[in-house]
Design a protein. Structure first.
Length: 114
């Protein structure tokens, strides 16, 4: 069974930065692509960034140039560095497979407000 734990969220003013972290167990981490999603209440999960096992990255247009996804296969972790945050980035952020999702973790809340 896949178990995912996200952390690193918080409250930040517009223009600020946060770094989210994700640990995933129950998988062969180095074989799996990983993604970061976000969800507003009442809406579906939105994939904002993904990284292949070899490190190739993809971003949603809304975060391109501001967010950076990275991974360490030895540590079985994936991170999302978020810079120049905007109020519309406010959401609960989740880590999961970018196409064939596993059980969702608890997520981590990101709030961007002045």
């Amino acid at each position: 069974q896949v178990h995912i734990v996200e952390s690193g969220g918080g409250f930040v003013q517009p223009g600020g930065s946060l770094r989210l972290s994700c640990e995933a167990s129950g998988i062969i981490f180095s074989f799996e692509p990983m993604g970061w999603y976000r969800q507003d209440p009442g809406y579906a999960h939105e994939l904002v960034a993904s990284v292949t096992p070899s490190g190739t990255t993809h971003y949603a247009d809304s975060v391109q140039g501001r967010f950076t996804i990275s991974r360490d296969n030895a540590k079985e972790r994936v991170w999302l560095q978020m810079n120049n945050l905007k109020p519309e980035d406010t959401a609960v952020y989740y880590c999961n497979h970018p196409t064939s999702v596993w059980d969702w973790g608890q997520g981590t809340q990101v709030t961007v407000s002045s």
